[in-house]
Design a binder for this molecule. Structure first.
Ligand code: SUG
Length: 421
């Protein structure tokens, strides 16, 4: 079947926040994670906030998917680390991380209209820069293989080999006239050498583009602004977001801002840039509020809505910009704040929590698709089994281990996904 004959839709696959969600300050260069290090976390509230966001988007778009939490604590990593209390507590915390909730980092996705074999390609991200994230890909790959297991529609690739760091869709965007039409893919990479790690390497981006069978004339490679990485934009999706013909971006997102626009325009002449100047919203405030870590969605009537964190409404400069934008003639006429505060405190906003896959919803394993009844089921299991609170000192305890393992198993059983146990 050619992509034209398919019912191609953009589906957001949100990561369900796992029962071990905690604040261990594991991500160097992620200011929110560092500043909440040691705080108590609320996994139940975190996961319910995530389901709330999914419900809103299900109502808006009529389609929504999800990915499951990974097995934690990760016994394999615990054994390798052989933590005995003599080293930094981060080593004890890494196998407990619920970081797979940020599914924008699960994979890079090239939809069928962009690829030379007419299938949707997904490359699981190796996430090698951070220890706690590098453990994710084997279990993420198992899920992708199931959810996108139909070989007539999907090709799921293993990770880019080290030493090329790959953080998946967080550094990737796709320009197109409509989600089902051919796109131009934007790959944004960082150059190492700064105070904080550049997590997405150019070689990884280029390798993904080649292995997905993209037309080189429809790929654009652009460098992140080192000053943005330095200011805490550890992924490019903290300072810009793409949907269809629109690039919503901070003025200081790219190393060469005008050069980036020109390169995109050369491949995609219909580009519409909505640039937020530093004079309206400073880079610091953009990163603090995660204005750009937003879901820019096309509604069924063709209008675009921006789903932002509640923190944006609480910032005078950010919200006055949003109000001005809503009153303008620009492409983004609606801005909707959502409460994902538990995720935000670890540096993950609405966009981090979702992986966009353009495909025929009927081609996805239905166990990964949400409807209202399943949202009720998720809320029930989470409310009954997710720990209410975790203090970082609890990590490693037998009681918490049993609770976290049992909670995830209850969810897998409820969703008939026992093969992931
Ligand atoms: O990789 N935070 C994640 C946040 C990922 C956000 N994703 C996107 N921007 N797409 C990270 O830094 C914090 C975990 C801790 O510190 O315990 C963490 O991993």
């Amino acid at each position: 079947m050619s992509p034209k004959e398919l019912n191609l839709r953009e589906i957001n696959f949100d990561g369900i926040v796992g029962p071990s969600h905690n604040y261990a300050g594991l991500s160097l260069g992620n200011i929110a994670s560092a500043s909440h290090k040691g705080d108590p976390s609320y996994p139940r509230a975190a996961a319910l906030q995530g389901v709330g966001k999914m419900r809103g988007n299900l109502a808006r778009l009529g389609v929504q998917g999800f990915l499951l939490p990974l097995p934690r604590p990760n016994a394999l990593l615990e054994n390798v680390l052989a933590y005995d209390g003599t080293e930094a507590p981060q080593l004890r915390a890494a196998p407990w991380s619920a970081s797979s909730m940020w599914t924008a980092n699960a994979a890079t996705v090239s939809p069928a209209p962009d690829t030379n074999d007419g299938k949707c390609h997904l490359t699981v991200a190796n996430l090698i820069t951070m220890l706690h994230r590098a453990q994710e890909w084997p279990d993420t790959l198992r899920q992708l293989d199931i959810a996108f297991g139909d070989p007539d529609h999907f090709v799921v690739h293993g990770p880019v080999p080290p030493t090329f760091g790959d953080e998946g869709a967080a550094n990737h965007g796709r320009f197109c006239e409509g989600h089902g039409s051919e796109g131009v893919e934007l790959f944004v990479y960082g150059k190492p050498g700064g105070r904080f790690p550049a997590r997405q390497h150019e070689q990884a981006s280029r390798l993904v583009a080649r292995s997905h069978g993209l037309d080189p004339a429809k790929c654009v490679f652009v460098e992140q602004n080192p000053a943005a990485i330095e200011a805490g934009a550890f992924h490019n999706d903290v300072v810009s977001v793409v949907n269809e013909r629109v690039l919503f971006t901070h003025e200081e997102a790219f190393a060469d801002q005008q050069g980036a626009y020109a390169a995109i325009r050369a491949a995609f002449p219909a580009l519409e840039v909505v640039e937020v100047p530093s004079s309206a919203v400073s880079l610091k405030e953009a990163i603090r509020t995660y204005l750009f870590n937003a879901q820019l969605l096309t509604l069924p009537d063709g209008g675009m809505v921006l789903i932002v964190p509640e923190e944006c409404r609480e910032s005078a400069s950010v919200w006055s910009y949003c109000e001005q934008m809503m009153a303008s003639n620009g492409p983004i006429r609606e801005v909707i704040p959502v409460d994902v505060r538990q995720s935000m405190a670890n540096g993950g906003g609405p966009a981090c929590l979702r992986l966009r896959v353009v495909c025929d919803p009927a081609a996805v394993d239905p166990r990964f698709m949400l409807d209202e009844a399943k949202a009720d089921l998720l809320e029930k299991v989470i409310s009954e089994t997710w720990p209410e609170q975790i203090d970082p000192a609890d990590l490693g305890s037998d009681t918490l281990t049993s609770q976290v393992v049992a909670a995830r198993e209850a969810l897998l059983t409820a969703l008939d996904l026992g093969e992931l146990k």
